[in-house]
Ligand binder design. Structure first.
Ligand code: ADP
Length: 392
């Protein structure tokens, strides 16, 4: 047998914040995996494992694995009785399993299921997480919340397999979505560190790091709110300035995709009571969709107007437009026609606009042009004095 877990499992996680995050993540993962609608099997656990970068094992009450992402040799070696016992609260401990060291998290499955969920994090993954201020593990927590919220909302109703599959696709897609910019950030940071040693640091790559990190944070924020698009921090915000800021964040990326933006914005004109980061999220989604609709590049027109107590922003692209058959499903969660799409952008954006007392809709294109034209509106007032761009 490859593995004999050490009997004395000790807490080696110096960073208690990280440990707390792991606990949260494990508990939330258990809520998702324990839901009667979740298709508990090796294949689905492998997908979850691929996403979180850690193996997952679900055992029955006797500690026998019922589903696992473990490769066969590790599976044979897995011995639940040598690992910490599951309680209602998630526990985290370090364990040596034969030649391999893991940080193991364990928690009891929530009723009606009986058994335990084990998450086995490679120790080097955690060591690298400790170095980072922004750690992907928090993303997993957000996704587990999202999954639990979606599954939970279905109540006792059986959750259809298609939705769960979509959720798994979402997990995997987000992993890809996050991994690429993170790779770029790492490479740029390394190159800059070298330059710093040589005394020739340039600001532009550092700004790119900041912009990409902010974009990822927005993506994560967006996912967090799919389950419950609640407006958290409403403040008087200048919607045009906020839109312009989002645009400037995304511009390097759009330029790279040969997408130019013609913006007709009126900073200083309107004030909306909004959560600026959620507003940014909506604009970001619409711009990304516009860019996706024009794989060979093109022009996006962004225009705002203030009339009748409404601030309206239109986003119009030169893509193929939205086919009749797609229109009815456009705002449904997890509806996507893209190979690597998530299908949450529009559903989330509409939810956020409505939570602010406004709305988001597809409009006929100006002059019958081919592209898509989305319009969002929010209740607004004419600015008495300049409002903050960020509301932060
Ligand atoms: P995703 O972008 O991940 O697919 P969304 O909810 O943002 O998720 O969009 C759902 C679907 O709506 C897209 O897959 C696409 O079919 C359609 N769509 C959204 N924006 C546009 C656009 N600007 N032009 C054409 N189709 C669009």
């Amino acid at each position: 047998m490859l593995v004999a877990a050490t009997a004395a499992l000790t807490f080696h996680l110096v960073d208690s914040a990280l440990e707390e995050r792991l606990r949260l993540e494990i508990a939330q993962a258990a809520r998702l995996l324990g839901h009667p609608g979740f298709p508990l099997g090796d294949e689905s656990l492998r997908r979850v494992a691929e996403f979180i970068g850690a193996d997952v094992v679900v055992t029955d009450a006797a500690g026998r694995p019922v589903a696992t992402s473990l490769a066969p040799e590790r599976r044979r070696a897995f011995a639940a009785d040598a690992l910490p016992a599951a309680g209602d609260r998630a526990r985290v401990a370090e364990a040596t399993l034969g030649p391999e060291r893991f940080t193991v998290g364990v928690v009891a499955l929530p009723p009606p299921r009986v058994g335990s969920v084990y998450v086995l994090y490679p120790v080097d993954l955690l060591a690298s997480q400790r170095q980072r201020a922004w750690a992907p593990v928090t993303l997993v927590a957000a996704l587990a919340t999202l999954g639990a919220a979606l599954l939970g909302r279905a109540g006792e109703r059986r959750v259809v397999a298609a939705r769960t599959q979509a959720l798994l696709r979402l997990l995997v897609s987000v992993a890809h979505e996050v991994k690429n910019p993170l790779g770029a950030i790492k490479a740029i940071a390394r190159a800059q560190a070298k330059r710093a040693r040589e005394g020739t640091v340039e600001p532009a790559p550092l700004e790119l790091i900041a912009a990409e990190s902010e974009r990822l944070a927005l993506l994560v924020d967006g996912l967090r709110s799919v389950g419950q698009p609640a407006v958290t921090a409403r403040k008087p915000v200048d919607p045009d300035a906020t839109t312009a800021r989002t645009l400037s964040l995304l511009e390097p990326l759009l330029g790279h995709r040969r997408v130019t933006v013609e913006a007709d914005l009126r900073a200083g004109e309107a004030t909306v009571l909004a959560d600026a980061s959620q507003m940014q999220q909506v604009v970001l989604n619409l711009l990304q969709n516009a860019a996706d609709a024009m794989p060979r590049g093109g022009r996006v027109r962004l225009a705002s107007r203030l009339e009748g107590g409404r601030w309206t922003l239109t986003v119009e692209d030169e893509g193929p437009g939205v086919p009749e058959a797609v229109r009815a499903r456009l705002f449904q969660p997890f509806f996507t026609t893209k190979e690597r799409g998530l299908g949450v952008g529009l559903a989330l954006s509409r939810g956020l606009c409505r939570a602010h007392g406004g709305d988001l809709a597809l409009e006929p294109s100006a002059g019958g042009a081919a592209g898509a034209r989305f319009a969002l509106w929010l209740p607004a007032e004419r600015a008495a004095q300049p409002a903050a761009a960020e509301g932060a």
